[in-house]
Design a protein around this ligand. Structure first.
Ligand SMILES: *Cc1c(COP(=O)(O)O)cnc(C)c1O
Length: 397
């Protein structure tokens, strides 16, 4: 059976009523037959049937044993970080998601947990950063916003040989394209806010483990810290996942077309998209993923913050916003938005130049999106020229 067929039918029809859609169990507690005797649920922090449906669905999609749903992607990351003790170390991808960077360097650092950032697109750099205290290797592939690719299988071998757990933040690829646990990773985390939810209408996070014991430890943290996803948002994520494969296929097809359009555009300097043969991670992405995803980044020949700002404020279909993975196309300018708090020097070193622009392709027709970019390039060039000329005019009075 194909993955999509299996997915759609793995969500059971409600055995009590025949409801085709998963019921939303909006309840805090469950009546017990006798003290300690219940129908599998006693209190909704510890377990809720709607959340449980989502949790088993994501476990199945990622090929893992345990799925867990949290209040946000960062809350999911936090639950995994709780596996660590004082003195433990993490080796992480150098362009890690900004919120994860803040969590590890400003919260977990307080508890004596160290993190080393390396360019994980070179597995040898991962190997060289491991010390006897390293407990976790943390990957994102593709990364944000420069879409660097790391070899999950190669790094999983390094992790295993050094008794570390490999965690992959699979938000950008989604399980429709990439299943890290099947490539040797131990834990997958997701911001379900993005492709899994898919409609820019919720904040949610997920964790999947390969090993049930590891899953039980993280489930313990979920209950002990009260870090859970509510029943309605769980239902929204289930509803999003039902169309995941279809959406991700279209996002990817549009991304490829747009990346090729940008590559030949005279105003564009570099295009970052793993689906382009010129991308350094193209072959590895092809080996470990079924597609290259819906995010495309590019820089302008005129590498200036104002040139980028003029462009991102000239699109009409692409809405200027942070986040990604929804049905509406979004455009963002990392240097003044998501990466604003990173000092310019460090930002440049990570490849996020002043003019870097990130697109999250939605489900609009790709040709309409190209027309929108075309008009935005024209409008913004005129805007930028006018501003520069005004600046250069000698004062007349
Ligand atoms: C958005 C995002 C997160 C954080 O998820 P939230 O749901 O916003 O808390 C983590 N990792 C990646 C790669 C993301 O894009």
């Amino acid at each position: 059976m194909q993955a999509t067929t299996q997915l759609i039918h793995s969500i059971p029809v409600d055995p009590l009523t025949g409801a085709v859609s998963v019921p939303i169990y909006q309840t805090s507690t469950f009546v017990q037959d006798a003290p300690g005797e219940n129908k599998g649920y006693d209190y909704a922090r510890s377990g809720n049937p709607t959340r449980a449906t989502l949790e088993s669905l994501i476990a199945q999609l990622e090929g893992g044993s345990t799925g867990l749903a949290f209040a946000s992607g960062l809350a999911a990351i936090d639950a995994v970080a709780k596996l660590l003790k004082t003195g433990d170390e993490i080796v992480a991808v150098d362009d890690i998601y900004g919120g994860a960077y803040r969590l590890f360097t400003q919260v977990y650092a307080q508890f004596g947990i160290k993190i080393h950032f390396v360019d994980t697109s070179d597995p040898e750099k991962v190997f060289n950063a491991i010390t006897p205290n390293t407990k976790l290797i943390w990957l994102e592939t593709p990364t944000n916003p420069t879409l660097k690719i790391s070899d999950i299988e190669a790094i999983a071998k390094i992790a295993k040989a050094n008794r570390c757990l490999l965690v992959v933040d699979n938000t950008f690829a989604s399980p429709a394209l990439q299943q890290p646990l099947l490539l040797g990773a131990d834990i997958v985390v997701h911001s379900a806010t993005k492709y899994l939810g898919g409609h820019s209408d919720l904040i949610a996070g997920l964790v999947v483990t390969k090993d049930p014991e590891l899953g039980a430890r993280i489930k313990f943290f979920q209950n002990a810290t009260g870090n859970i996803l509510g029943p309605f948002d769980s239902w929204l994520v289930i509803r999003g996942i039902e169309t995941l494969h279809l959406r991700v296929r279209q996002h990817g097809e549009s991304a490829q077309v747009i990346a090729e359009y940008l590559e030949q555009h005279p105003a564009v300097d570099k295009v970052f998209y793993p689906g382009l043969k010129t991308h350094p991670g193209h072959e590895i992405a092809k080996k470990q993923s079924k597609g290259f995803g819906g995010i495309v980044s590019f820089t302008l020949k005129h590498d200036h913050i104002d040139a980028a700002k003029a462009l991102v404020t000239s699109t009409q279909l692409f809405k200027l916003a942070e986040s990604l993975g929804g049905i509406k196309s979004l455009v963002s300018h990392p240097a003044t938005m998501t990466h604003k708090s990173i000092p310019a020097e460090k930002r440049h070193a990570a490849g996020v130049s002043d003019s870097l622009i990130r697109l999250s392709l939605g489900l609009e027709d790709a040709q309409d999106l190209i027309k929108d970019l075309d008009q935005a390039f024209h409008t913004s060039a005129a805007k930028f020229e006018a501003a520069t000329n005004a600046h250069q005019q000698p004062a007349s009075c």
